[in-house]
Write a protein that binds this ligand. Structure first.
Ligand code: UTP
Length: 235
């Protein structure tokens, strides 16, 4: 465990395959933090998940613009964050910071802080990077529904290979190759969107992308174990 870390959890990871809130898993996620005698500064950034995309697609059906769609994503990510806070109970700061200034205040209380989106035009991964840059985090962990970053989409290609180590330049190449026109649409920002890549390049934060599906790898990471299945992105 690092003294200062940011953990981004995809909103979809809070739900079961059937689309119901996964109470046991949310509880287990919180237990991982509670079990350890942690110290330092830890911020969890929660995404919007499928439910956000459902709202976004419906707003788009009503011809809502992309900014409006994004605001729905932001609101849903904040609802998910509020849910995590309720599961953390006293371990977490009780409010969801809506700005970087509110985050600064929240951090003064020395508790885990949970937050969602900030402004339209980006994903919660960008938020996680902004927070990591701002608190000078040692590492950013991105929990997603696959085991890291692959050379091609693992949901479409059986022979997709997990990339264990990536430089920022290699990551940029993969993002440019894999992102179509949808890269900049609400609900469609992939693991890394354009904003997150820019922040990453200037702040040189070390990132680990790992599976948050069964939380085994995350638990190992949090305990400080070395052998973790993930993609490490560094300079
Ligand atoms: P994310 O797309 O980051 O959620 O945010 P997520 O849970 O990580 O997504 P998956 O399930 O892992 O794929 C949801 C949406 O909220 C808006 C965007 O439209 C984004 O796609 N958003 C989020 C913003 O507009 N600004 C933010 O700062 C954050």
């Amino acid at each position: 465990m690092k003294a200062k870390s940011v953990i981004k959890i995809g909103g979809s990871l809070l739900f079961t395959e059937d689309g119901e809130l996964n109470k046991e898993k949310i509880q287990r996620f919180c237990q991982i933090f509670k079990k350890m005698n942690y110290f330092g500064t830890h911020v969890i950034v929660c995404g919007g998940g499928k439910i956000a995309r459902e709202y976004i697609n419906t707003v788009r059906f009503f011809h809502g613009n992309e900014t409006l769609c994004d605001t729905f994503g932001i609101d849903l990510s904040r609802i998910n964050s509020k849910l995590l806070i309720s599961a953390f109970k006293d371990f977490a700061y009780p409010l969801v910071p809506k700005t970087m200034e509110e985050l600064s205040t929240a951090l003064l209380f020395g508790k885990i802080v949970v937050m969602g989106g900030l402004q339209p035009g980006q994903s919660t991964t960008s938020v996680a990077l902004e927070v990591a840059e701002s608190i000078r985090a040692d590492e950013l962990v991105i929990l997603t529904d696959v085991e890291g970053i692959y050379n091609k989409d693992p949901k479409k290609f059986d022979d997709a290979k997990l990339l264990r180590n990536l430089t920022y330049a290699e990551l940029q190449e993969i993002i440019i190759k894999s992102s179509g026109d949808k890269q900049a649409a609400a609900g469609e920002y992939r693991i890394f969107d354009a904003v997150s890549l820019q922040i990453l390049k200037r702040s040189k934060i070390k990132i680990r992308v790992m599976s948050g599906k069964n939380l085994k790898e995350f638990e190992k990471y949090w305990k400080g174990e070395k052998d973790i299945k993930c993609t490490t992105i560094s300079d």
